[in-house]
Design a protein around this ligand. Sequence first.
Ligand SMILES: C[S@@+](CC[C@H](N)C(=O)[O-])C[C@H]1O[C@@H](n2cnc3c(N)ncnc32)[C@H](O)[C@@H]1O
Length: 324
Amino acid sequence: MGVLTVTTLKSLTLADPSVGVAEFGVRSNARDGAFTPAPVKLRPMRDPDALIARAGVRGDPDRDQHFLVDDRVLDRLPTYLEDIEADTGHLLEIGGGTGALTDRLLAVGDEVTVVERDPKLAAFLCEEFREEVESGRLTVIEGDALEVDLPEFTASVSNLPYGVSSEIAFRLFPEKRPLVLMFQQEFAERMVAEPGTSAYGRLSVSSQHYAAVELVESIPKEAFSPPPAVQSAVVRAEPRAPDYAVDDEAFFLRFVKALFTQRRKTIRNAIRNTAHISGLTEPEAVVEAADEEVLRKRAGAMAPAEFAALAQLALETSGLESNG
Ligand SMILES: C[S@@+](CC[C@H](N)C(=O)[O-])C[C@H]1O[C@@H](n2cnc3c(N)ncnc32)[C@H](O)[C@@H]1O
């Protein structure tokens, strides 16, 4: 019996996607060395520069348009979902651009929805992926990702528009789905930061409230056209319940926000000074009830579970403004 060697082609890039499909086959080392094409046929991935040329656009930084042009990065992004065995039944992409990432998502997902605000790009995506749109595998939503209704997606992989990346991330987090999102490097570092580090803050606590977050890759500016001003980074968020319980999630997040506005102050003074943000009607009662050890800390040294315990205590000892 001959030894079988699977012939794989990680990424075959052709300028024109209509040129053909790549055939993946199994080569038998039997004496005749015959090549038997495997039953599956995989198509090559679209070339990102050719997509930009076909779309007839130049990325406009004022509209958060920095298109990924590095095939290796594009090919890797969906693999961060594979690593955690995420369900790729329905992938959501925010900011489709000229479709280089959309193409990779169609290769791994059963169904893909892409949201794109720029009407010209949304129309191009419909044209470029006409077959997938007609077969129902791809839905293009033209509109602002902060406003449109999002579908029931199983995971998202997106190179986010940086101007609204925080707002979009916090629209996606509560959906509790695996996310692979590109941010500015510094923002990504703040999301994943640990207590006691300079990058740790409100963003770290609120991101980690929803998911286990991990900075999986830094991406140089040259991977984009046009290159952004700063380096980027990919964050993978795997949803999980936090290791603490909070009765009022909205209050917890508001309380954390309030305390970090006074990060140089002790927690004691931060509670007192930020009632207008937290909505606490009796901040002094919270100070009286809390442990001295906690009150002496500063927000940057508080673990998420400590904020949660303090928020619970605050709810038990103080009222909340009715609009808080
Ligand atoms: C950083 S580019 C990424 C494009 C493409 N996914 C890629 O990786 O090459 C961000 C895209 O989001 C679009 N965009 C900007 N603001 C948006 C918004 N509020 N909602 C939806 N799309 C937006 C831009 O037009 C642009 O195509």
